[in-house]
Design a protein around this ligand. Sequence first.
Ligand SMILES: *Cc1c(COP(=O)(O)O)cnc(C)c1O
Length: 400
Amino acid sequence: MSYGSDNPWPPRDLLDAHLGFGTRCIHAGQPAEPVTGAVMVPIYQTSTYVQDGVGGHRGYEYARTGNPTRTALETCLASLEGGKHGICFASGCAATTTAIHLLQPGDHVVSSDDVYGGTWRIFQTVFQPLGIEFSFVDMTDLEATRAALRPGKTKMLWVETPTNPLLKIVDIEACAALAHEVDAWCFVDNTFATPCFQNPLALGADAVLHSTTKYLGGHSDVVGGAILSNDDEIAGNLFRLQNSIGATPGPQDCFLTMRGVKTLHLRMAAHERGARAVAEFLSGHEEVDRVIYPGLSSHPQYEVARRQMSGFGGMVSFELRGDLARAERFVSSTRVMTLAESLGGVESLIELPAAMTHASVPKATREAIGIADGLIRVSVGVEEPDDLCADLKQAFERSR
Ligand SMILES: *Cc1c(COP(=O)(O)O)cnc(C)c1O
């Protein structure tokens, strides 16, 4: 087969819908490279491409507009989410920023109230001053969500589920239906569940967003973002905005993300095994007031989680009894778990949302949505679950 401007390499068509999820993690969008037969998609470290005559190119002209390494990643992620279109960005926040540029001043967005802190900051400090309005509601309350809609003005529902750090579960199918009643789009941030455990497009969402920095990359070594969609209008506009705004990922970043994705299905199973062990260990501890894990039957939206997720993921939050100082000592006392922000890597990370990831959310707002000073969030890695539980046990003792 020859490749030219009408048929650039790698192909964007999804010929693999019949293959299982784990097989697509490894192969989707990544046929062997035709010139050398390289099995791994090469890192096309170039900013521009030769033209055989004026306008006569082979599908690529300039690397902000397109790069074959990026195309392979975009096709792969679209396949994993069951989307026709994949558009990648330099970070999750770049993906969010580009998505909100689909809107106009005067438009209104209804957002989950405990969205990722950086998302909250983009909405409140970047777009609100430009005339886009945001309402933040607890989307586990569908009546409150419906009441926040302004027909004719509301253009987007921004759903994050599970939420961060409270791991609330929002009913995607119900929210997509509410959005469509007022002709709004439903965007879902699927970073925590990943396409391995949750497929928002199949539940009616119009687009899915990822911080690929987290589970998709999976090794805490690269920052990136992506939006996947079946909607030709949304995708066409996002490709235009991706090129116009220019918050695009470099080819090395795309390569690293693609390499990480090859083991997504294996890692997610191991994250979940570890998270369940940690959640069960903490549930039995007398110094813990509350354990939040969607896979525990005590979780308030356990039934919704069971219905819309095929696994419960690797994030566990819990409230430690005592004051902020005790919580600070606790998260500084683990030896296997690393005190750090971020999540989704093979190594376990522990953090204190009130003082770290959610410090930019005002204290009154934090308290109103339930982020107590003693709330601790663990991104359970893929270490041996027994070692993780033993690590928490010694942290309880050392931090008293
Ligand atoms: C990290 C994160 C983001 C932002 O992604 P970056 O890659 O850090 O820009 C958005 N949403 C969620 C749920 C996240 O965890």
